[in-house]
Design a protein around this ligand. Structure first.
Ligand code: ADP
Ligand code: MG
Length: 693
């Protein structure tokens, strides 16, 4: 007796699926019957119309039926074997040939009626090469209608798995089990969103009557995917919000004092974002907010002012930066603002001598308010906070989720502000940061000059030299970035050699510095300081400058081997210049002839587009969503049916529905119990790691 098959049954228990096939299927992410039923065809072919042979059009994809007049084997002049069939239907004859598939000679027999679907060769006589075939078996009508005579799905394949097998297997599976699928969505929701019932959606995916059917089937399944995902992530967010947090004093006298001494006025966007943060901070719940803003939009000052609200309420604040350089820069900037206010700034660096470090740790361990700044060094077990109330994670894409999580355990539910300058398309932001509230700084401080971006080939280098010379002579600064290659030693070598070349060259007199990840951090800090002061005007660096370095006098950026970098990284680098009111230039160096097509498209987008969000959209189209997920956690790019580039409005609709459901039934009980179990089955395991700061 066989046990009952349910959607959760592993496919390897099904008839006809041995260990080898189940392994192949696993590579297509098909483990269970449900996975199989929702395996998305890559495309469809319309093989409904059976044309008489005499009416076949040359060069077109068509389906035809006829009687086998002759079948046999042959060999090309180069020795490639083939099977050949002569087909006839009273209006003409058609020759079909299958290369290398000699077993077919045993499949076709004279007098059989067969159906072929394929492209007719573009030149006479009428011939098809490697068409799909189906043998009409009068004794078994059910055997027909898999590969021809209908709109036929074309599935993704993997080595060892054949289209014909997969198509037939899935057709049978869908016929048998789709009607048994229980629909977790209530009718009211389905009607509101105009979604097909689940079983119908699955059937249409594999058996569309019209191409539009398949689209609607996929749409329903994609909705489920987005809906269950949104529920999971929104519940996670609700969990955060239900914890006890700190109600900070808002408005805050200390923050007001700081505003009064700022050398500039906040932009309206900065004000708006700060108001949202203040509102969160006033609540006795932990804040979990993501602050997005293009490079140079002024996120740091927003973070400082928010930190001052916490400090002015008697708590400690911590800012974590992804690199030592950036932490040092934050510390330096923070001091100019915080010291006049008598707020201690504690900078913990790898290079901090142990006596100073001990002193710093004592300070943080006490209950007295202060600002701590560091890299992930702030996460070491010996760093204890006495009264941590507010945490900023800057440029979070450099931080692992676990690192962020461990900072949080330093205190009981502090408010958390995650800042990122990596522009993310809205669809992805909903997915990656759907558990955080989102604020966006969508304007730059006034007076910024546009940056000219110029793509130069190797032999046009002299342009760069001239441009740099003019700028350095005026006291401006320039970066030359040698980006990473696979082995980090090679990266280093390239940077060292480039620095050497500039030192010896005509620009050497302006002071050439070198910064890379392997330098002792004190040395690196000294170099950056000299660059800031202008005793070094040209800084050769690996991508360590990518994140956050702020030297307003820098007006030129040269990116070597620009083809090696992604759009987000390029944009970050370009954001290092054009930070003040002087026009800036960015050179990307890459040989048009030598780089691949994708790299060329990327650099073209980069040279003509300067808005970070537009670039992010372009990147998403060029490289797909995978790139954006890598840093947050793997296993979350798990959308098989939903398409993050095309289905944004569907994602938003699903999210809105999910919010409504959670407002009505936060525990997902009653009529939502089936949704809840579908959700847990689908996402809970994967999101285990995704609990974020
Ligand atoms: P990012 O958002 O890339 O972290 P920063 O916080 O480093 O940007 O700010 C970039 C530069 O703009 C800094 O030099 C900062 O002092 C300056 N800045 C920030 N806000 C304003 C403003 N409202 N008006 C003028 N300059 C500002
Ligand atoms: Mg920054």
């Amino acid at each position: 007796m066989t046990s009952r098959v349910t959607p959760g049954t592993p496919v390897r228990f099904l008839k006809g699926i041995g260990p080898a096939r189940s392994e192949c299927l696993e590579r297509l992410n098909v483990r269970t019957v449900r996975d199989a039923l929702t395996l998305l065809p890559r495309r469809y072919e319309d093989r409904r119309a059976l044309l008489p042979i005499g009416r076949l059009r040359l060069g077109e994809f068509q389906t035809v039926a006829g009687i086998v007049k002759a079948a046999g084997l042959g060999r090309t002049r180069r020795g490639i074997p083939y099977c050949e069939v002569m087909l006839e239907d009273g209006t003409g004859t058609l020759l079909a040939r299958w290369y290398r598939q000699t077993y077919l000679a045993r499949v076709f027999r004279r007098g059989q009626r067969i159906i072929l679907a394929g492209r007719v060769n573009p030149y006479p006589p009428r011939e098809m090469t490697n068409p799909e075939h189906e043998i009409e078996d009068a004794g078994d009508p059910a055997s027909a209608g898999y590969h021809t005579g209908r709109i036929v799905p074309i599935y993704p394949l993997t080595a060892g798995l054949h289209q014909r097998f997969l198509r037939r297997w899935l057709a049978d599976l869908a016929r048998t089990y789709a009607p048994q699928l229980a629909d977790p969505l209530p009718v009211s929701l389905r009607e509101r969103q105009r979604l097909l019932p689940l079983s119908e959606a699955v059937e249409r995916l594999h058996f569309p009557n019209e191409i539009g059917d398949a689209t609607r089937g996929r749409y329903r399944l994609a909705f489920d995917e987005f809906f269950l995902f949104s529920l999971t992530i929104l519940r996670q967010r609700a969990d955060h919000a239900n914890r006890p947090g700190i109600a900070f004093r808002v408005p805050n006298a200390l923050e007001e004092k700081a505003r009064a001494i700022l050398p500039f006025r906040l932009t309206p966007a900065q004000e708006r974002v700060l108001a949202a943060i203040d509102k969160d901070m006033a609540q006795p719940k932990p804040m979990h907010r993501l602050l997005q803003g293009d490079v140079g939009s002024g996120k740091t000052i927003v973070a400082f002012l928010a930190a001052l609200t916490a400090i002015g309420s008697g708590y400690q604040a911590a800012i974590m930066a992804p690199t030592e350089i950036l932490a040092a820069q934050h510390a330096e900037r923070a001091r100019t603002l915080f010291e006049p206010l008598h707020v201690p700034v504690v900078h913990l660096a790898a290079s901090t001598p142990s006596s100073l470090r001990r002193q710093a740790l004592d300070q943080l361990g006490s209950l007295s308010p202060s600002l701590a700044i560091g890299t992930h060094a702030l996460l070491q077990p010996d760093v204890e906070f006495g009264r941590l109330g507010f945490v900023v994670v800057d440029e979070q894409h450099r931080f692992g989720v676990l690192q962020r999580a461990s900072l949080q355990q330093k205190a009981v539910y502090p408010d958390v502000l995650v800042m990122t300058a990596t522009p993310i398309p809205r669809s992805l932001a909903l997915v990656l940061y759907g558990d955080l509230d989102l604020s966006v700084i969508d304007e730059l401080p006034p007076g910024r000059q546009p940056i000219t971006t110029r793509w130069v080939d190797e032999r046009e280098r002299s342009q760069i030299q001239e441009e740099l010379r003019a700028r350095l002579a005026r006291g401006e600064r320039a970066y030359v970035v040698c980006p990473m290659v696979e082995e980090s030693t090679a990266e280093l070598k390239a940077a060292v050699q480039t620095a050497e070349m500039y030192r010896r060259g005509p620009l050497g007199g302006f002071g050439v510095g070198l910064a890379h990840g392997r330098l002792p951090s004190a040395e690196k800090a000294a170099t950056i300081a000299a660059f800031r002061q202008g005793t070094i005007r040209l800084l050769v660096a690996t991508t360590v400058v990518e994140v956050g370095v702020d030297v307003p006098e820098a007006t030129a950026m040269v990116i070597e081997h620009a083809d090696r970098l992604g759009l987000a990284q390029l944009h970050q680098l370009r954001g290092r210049v054009g930070r003040a009111d002087r026009p800036a230039v960015c050179f990307v160096v890459a040989d048009r002839e030598e780089i691949g097509e994708e790299a060329r498209a990327r650099l073209e987008a980069f040279t003509c587009q300067h808005d970070g969000f537009a670039l992010a959209e372009a990147d998403l189209k060029l490289r797909g969503p995978g790139e954006f997920f890598g840093t947050r956690q793997s296993g979350m790019d798990g959308f098989h049916l939903g398409d993050l580039t095309a289905d944004l409005s569907l994602l938003e609709a699903a999210r809105t529905e999910a919010m409504a459901v959670l407002a009505e039934a936060p525990m997902l009980d009653g009529p939502w119990a089936s949704v809840r179990s579908a959700m847990e089955e689908r996402w809970a395991g994967r999101l285990g790691l995704a609990r974020v700061g």
